[in-house]
Design a protein around this ligand. Sequence first.
Ligand SMILES: Cc1ncc(COP(=O)(O)O)c(C=O)c1O
Length: 429
Amino acid sequence: MSSQAPTTSESKQEVLDLAARFVCPNRVETFQMLGSPPVMGRREGHYFWDFDGRKLFDVHINGGTFSLGHRNPEIVAALHEAIDRYDVGNHHFASEGRARLAETLARVSPGALRYSVFAASGGEANDIAIKSARWATGRRRIVSLIGSFHGHTGLSLPAGDVENAKLFLSDGAGREFEQVPFNDLAAMRKALAERDVAAVIMETIPATYGFPLPEKDYLSAVKSLCDEYGSLYIADEVQTGLGRTGKMWGVEWYGVEPDILVTGKGLSGGMYPIAAAVLSERAGGWLREKGWGHVSTFGGSEIGCHVALQVLKILERPGVLENVQEMSEYLGEGLLRLQQHHPFLKGIRRCGLVIGLEFDNPLGGVLMSAAGYEVGLWAFFAGFERSVLQFKPGILIERNECDELLLLLEKAICLCEERLEAGVEGPSV
Ligand SMILES: Cc1ncc(COP(=O)(O)O)c(C=O)c1O
């Protein structure tokens, strides 16, 4: 796509040059190719401002990290309070923050989940989930979905992003990790039938695959298969948890009570890293036997716990989850109206404010990311399904902000349609 992005300011170019020299050259190059190399400057609420001053309505929100908005004042205040009182703490000791956060997570989680093991990232929390399932079952194999993403740490990587696992010779020896197609129960049964699978790890609505919605009874049937064959069900709720679907956890829509629930991203309020694997009595059995079976200096830092407690307090406030539902319906109606005028918008996948927009072009999501950047909308395509644009507004969004968002989206769609009609070549990502 020919880049119509305005010229890059000197200060922004300096950051891009430094990032290319000392951080990750390929990432900088890829964003340049897409015509959308943002460098975040000021940030507030639903918006962030590029170093060039461009205001962007953020509906990527880093996978849900900024679900309560950028620098939500209540979260900023909680962080200030925490740093006035605490430091990261000593991970060997019991701590008030960890204890209270674990108790709260157990209370708000579905079913009989009990123990929380804390981490600094979703990938680490998924590693803990997999280790716990292996301990509980005495089995090694892990089954996941083709197109799933669970992080880039030691075990989460081969469980999800197989291509990058291969890059680092980490794709799992023999049949340790297996992937089956989404919504395919027969394939799942076949994978579990030998009774040697420790766990099935499932994103409730696979984000990097473009948020395809599970068929009505699929997830509960997978849980029944797990029970039948003695495997544990790990719900990776890193993107679908914490109210984003209109319930506290996405699995609640599908009647699943997982053995392990993994949360991250938004749990930090976008301010201080924290993630957790919430374990059933059985999955967490090792915690009764081996207190040091898993250790992490920064996992469950006391500052992060304080921030996460404030996040959960906000989510439990009356009206917050209801707002997600209302705004989802409102946006849904607007999206349908847009679709009537723009067949380029081919499909709408929506569960609360977890939304994937499918476009009528194999690179439609990529084209829309670039066009969005030009009109003031920051949305990102789904890495494993590039016809889809991830469209994830913050959960405190209001009606007038939805209207603004729909206008920006329509502008970006028009820009793409014009370019496609003119035969402008898209980026080759
Ligand atoms: C569903 C899901 N699980 C796990 C992760 C990994 O989280 P982190 O990047 O914090 O390790 C991600 C990150 O995008 C994710 O989308």
